[in-house]
Design a protein around this ligand. Structure first.
Ligand code: XMP
Length: 318
């Protein structure tokens, strides 16, 4: 007789046993895995837990406010919000190479997290939202023999900070984590959220990353997701997002010539992100999104749709 309610109680008991009276730090990313991890830990050890949210300035529109208010107001869990947007933008200035972007973001993230952790004092444990598929992937060889993308997560942190790991989601699949999130009272907007890469919008802004280009992409992406939700398609899609291209094209608006950036829209279905099919939107839907983006977002005058599946394309463009 297995229920999520029973699982929750069991997981909490196990965490208490493992952690004892040690201090725990948990990094929030805005995603469902880290949120569920933090909620479980909080239930288990209360004030022994400190949640740290490193805000890279590279999240989607409105997400920062959502995470901060979810924890502080909705759950009444103290949260350290590190506003590191300027730092990340500074380190990324002039960088266009995808792998360099990823390395810079991963390295800067670790620096900031370590610095915050030092302020808390002695920390013994790092809580991580590792899922069962991540566990399998790291022991059995599934991927291609070359690095396609250096994934950014909190890997590397535990050794450097000499922390022990507590990973309460290690035996769960994504759909089970979502179920557990519901059981813990996580709002649906978080529970059902599309996966989002660690390096955030940096790998969706092709070419140079500037504050202005981040804002342009956030607006286009917000409109796209709004329309997807309004059409009732959000839950059918594994991931949907806009990509800002480093290409300008000529357009006409009113009586005037425009010369602005191109934005690409991506949406895929997938089971695990390893393979994916492009989502077959109706033309009228894409037309509506394109027209809203060009009319409402200053800096974009053309929209294209990505019809590439994975393989041969990856889901993210960088
Ligand atoms: P690709 O682009 O490799 O992406 O087809 C597969 C899935 O992984 C996500 N992704 C990342 N997730 N850190 C993450 O935590 C990363 O650096 C990263 N890069 C890609 C991507 O969004 C998709 O779900």
């Amino acid at each position: 007789d297995w229920s999520m309610e029973a699982y929750r109680a069991q997981a909490v008991a196990r965490i208490r046993e493992q952690v004892g009276d040690g201090k725990v730090i948990c990094g929030l990313s805005g995603g469902v895995d880290s949120a569920v991890t933090a909620l479980l830990l909080h239930e288990a050890v209360g004030e022994q837990l400190t949640c740290v949210f490193v805000d890279t300035g590279l999240l989607r529109h409105g997400e920062v406010e959502q995470i901060v208010s979810l924890f502080r107001e909705h759950f009444n869990i103290p949260l350290v919000h590190v506003d590191a947007g300027e730092l990340f933008l500074g380190k990324l200035a002039g960088v266009t190479d995808p792998e360099r972007k990823r390395k810079i973001i991963g390295g800067t993230f670790i620096d900031v997290f370590e610095e915050e952790s030092a302020k808390i004092g002695t920390v013994d444990w790092l809580a991580q939202g590792t899922l069962y598929p991540d566990v399998i992937e790291s022991v059995s060889f599934r991927g291609p023999s070359v690095t396609i993308k250096s994934h950014h997560n909190v890997g590397g942190l535990p050794e450097r900070m000499r922390l022990k790991l507590v990973e309460p989601l290690r035996e769960l699949f994504k759909d089970e984590v979502r179920e557990l999130g519901r059981e813990l009272g996580l709002p649906e907007i978080f529970v059902g959220r599309h996966p989002f890469p660690g390096p955030g919008l940096a790998v969706r802004i092709l070419g140079e990353i500037t504050r202005e280009r981040v804002q342009i992409l956030q607006q286009a992406d917000r409109i796209y997701l709004e329309e997807i939700r309004a059409a009732g398609l959000y839950d059918e899609i594994w991931q949907a997002f806009a990509v800002l291209l480093p290409v300008k094209t000529v357009g006409v608006m009113g009586d005037g010539r425009t010369y602005e950036a191109v934005c690409a829209l991506r949406a895929v279905t997938s089971v695990d992100g390893m393979t994916a099919d492009f989502y077959p939107f109706e033309a009228a839907f894409l037309g509506r999104v394109a027209s809203r983006i060009v009319n409402e977002v200053k800096g974009i005058n053309r929209v294209t749709y990505d019809y590439t599946s994975k393989p041969p394309g990856t889901i993210e463009w960088e």
